[in-house]
Write a protein that binds this ligand. Structure first.
Ligand SMILES: NC(=O)c1ccc[n+]([C@@H]2O[C@H](COP(=O)([O-])OP(=O)(O)OC[C@H]3O[C@@H](n4cnc5c(N)ncnc54)[C@H](OP(=O)(O)O)[C@@H]3O)[C@@H](O)[C@H]2O)c1
Length: 214
């Protein structure tokens, strides 16, 4: 697991690229406008980074992060992600994404939508409830007192174990919310969405989370 591909290089994508490079990974970043628009970020990231097309970033990554506005999830290329771990940071904001009926009626979750689009990939929700800026300021070494924790959710235990190790390396404890269908417990407007929380606090937040319709 040496290369992280990023589909999306905005607030979250660029911060995850910084974290990954700081921890010795190679990153291949991409956006919707093309690699030539990412020159400045690549320069900042240094020799472990390059910009590419979305398909190339998907192909290059041992792990690939999808971090784009949710409304565009169907543009994520399927074939280069076959069998791969895909980290999904995306959240649903109807004012940005338009209305998605299956999310409005709570019959699915954002990660289940991406998983259905990428049937053979192993989608793991992560990094969706921390402000982008805090990704590079809030990490602490393993075992640090009051270490910040982040939630994951997903259906593949092996993929979740790999993502857990990555998050730990990046400086965060991990709380497993369960399968992708439980990902709503850390969606917009739930108690754990946004604030700095330890693992113990986050576990309580997940338990206290309510559906929008409740
Ligand atoms: N901002 C946060 O603090 C935060 C925290 C947690 C989770 N999130 C979630 O994470 C996702 C990304 O958020 P963000 O704040 O990083 O967004 P952002 O700053 O708006 O960046 C979005 C990135 O995605 C790229 N993009 C858009 N459509 C694309 C497509 N079809 N294919 C490939 N790349 C595409 C954009 O490239 P172009 O500029 O070239 O279009 C841009 O690099 C969202 O779902 C958001 O809700 C955000």
């Amino acid at each position: 697991m040496q290369t992280i591909g990023l589909i999306g290089a905005g607030h979250i994508g660029s911060q995850l690229a910084r974290l990954a490079v700081a921890h010795g990974y190679t990153v291949v970043i991409s956006n919707s406008r093309g690699p030539e628009t990412l020159t400045e970020l690549v320069r900042e990231l240094g020799p472990k980074a390059r910009a590419a097309t979305v398909v190339e970033a998907a192909r290059a990554g041992d792990i690939v992060v999808v971090t784009i506005p949710l409304k565009s999830y169907r543009t994520v290329p399927v074939e280069p992600l076959i069998g791969k771990i895909v980290i999904d940071t995306n959240n649903y904001y109807p004012q940005r994404d338009g209305h998605i009926p299956e999310l409005d009626n709570e019959s699915t979750t954002t990660s289940e939508l991406l998983q259905a689009h990428l049937p053979t990939s192993k989608v793991v929700k992560a990094f969706n409830h921390i402000y982008a800026a805090q990704l590079t300021t809030d990490g602490r070494p393993t075992g640090a007192k009051n270490r910040r924790a982040l939630v994951i959710a997903g259906d593949d235990p092996g993929a979740k174990a790999t993502v857990t190790r990555l998050l730990d390396e990046f400086g965060f404890d991990v709380v497993d919310a369960g399968p992708s269908k439980e990902g709503w417990r850390i969606q917009r407007d739930t108690p754990g969405y946004g604030p700095r929380r330890t693992a113990e606090q986050l576990r309580a937040d997940l338990k206290a989370a309510k559906r929008y319709s409740a």
